[in-house]
Design a protein around this ligand. Structure first.
Ligand code: FES
Length: 109
């Protein structure tokens, strides 16, 4: 099984950077949850909310391309930037560095 590193950094200052391994083709969200890193996913990872919004600091080319569905959905997220993705929708095919925005504003999981 091929694996790739994902480095997570966090906007919340009390959270330290952490690097994990993702199985090729797994989503950033799945890999994070498997490794015990909490990323909000209020819709359960089906591209129907925006709580799993993250920024790809490095390695955007190592992710699956953005679908139209993801594109439409991500427009509804706060502070959308060029490097914005929905963690549940992008599959990992190489090393990436992910910035997780402050998620303390969200309730639930
Ligand atoms: S978890 Fe809802 S869009 Fe990703």
């Amino acid at each position: 099984m091929k694996t790739h590193e994902i480095e997570f950094i966090f906007q919340e200052s009390d959270k330290k950077p952490v690097t994990i391994k993702a199985v090729e083709g797994e989503s950033i969200l799945e890999a994070a949850l498997d490794a015990g890193i909490h990323i909000q996913h209020n819709c359960g990872g089906v591209c129907a909310c925006t709580t799993c919004h993250v920024y790809i600091e490095e390695g955007m080319e190592n992710l699956s391309e953005m679908s139209e569905k993801e594109q439409d959905r991500i427009d509804l997220a706060d502070n959308v930037k060029l490097e914005s993705r929905l963690a549940c929708q992008c599959e990992v095919y190489g090393r990436v560095k992910v910035l997780v925005p402050d998620q303390s504003v969200y309730l639930g999981h």
